[in-house]
Ligand binder design. Structure first.
Ligand code: 5GP
Ligand code: ZN
Length: 114
């Protein structure tokens, strides 16, 4: 997708600190981390948001969560825990229009959210 920052990171056109990559997903460190660990997991194909996923993406979306599990273990946050966030649309402040799962961890987070 032209002019999509995250598609450009996947293509290597703009730099990203890659944490994990396979045929279906890429994960990289957020440029503006809100916690000691803040990684974004994105599909390699351009999907704007959860409003744009289809039945055909079912396996891809499962694969994204399995990638989250691997990344959390690699980053050493699996045991203590982490929070996953997907922002969709303006009320949730989705800034980049390429579906991404935030993995946030490395310190205690208050509950409830919001
Ligand atoms: P959103 O609000 O859309 O869920 O979050 C977008 C996230 O992407 C933000 O946390 C922001 O810091 C991150 N981000 C935006 N542009 C870039 C970039 O060029 N590189 C990296 N690594 N992260 C980015
Ligand atoms: Zn994109």
């Amino acid at each position: 997708m032209i002019n999509c920052t995250f598609c450009k990171i996947i293509a290597g056109e703009i730099p990203g600190k890659i944490a994990y990559k396979d045929d279906l997903v890429t994960a990289f460190h957020d440029i503006n981390p809100v916690a000691p660990t803040h990684i974004l997991v994105i599909p390699n194909k351009h999907i704007a948001s959860t409003n744009d996923i289809t039945q055909q993406d079912e396996a891809l979306l499962g694969h994204m969560l399995l990638a989250v599990k691997k990344i959390a273990a690699d980053q050493g946050i699996a045991e203590k825990g982490y929070r996953l966030i997907i922002n969709t649309g303006p009320d949730a402040n989705q800034v980049v229009q390429h579906l991404h799962v935030h993995i946030i961890g490395g310190h205690y987070m208050r509950h409830p959210m919001g």
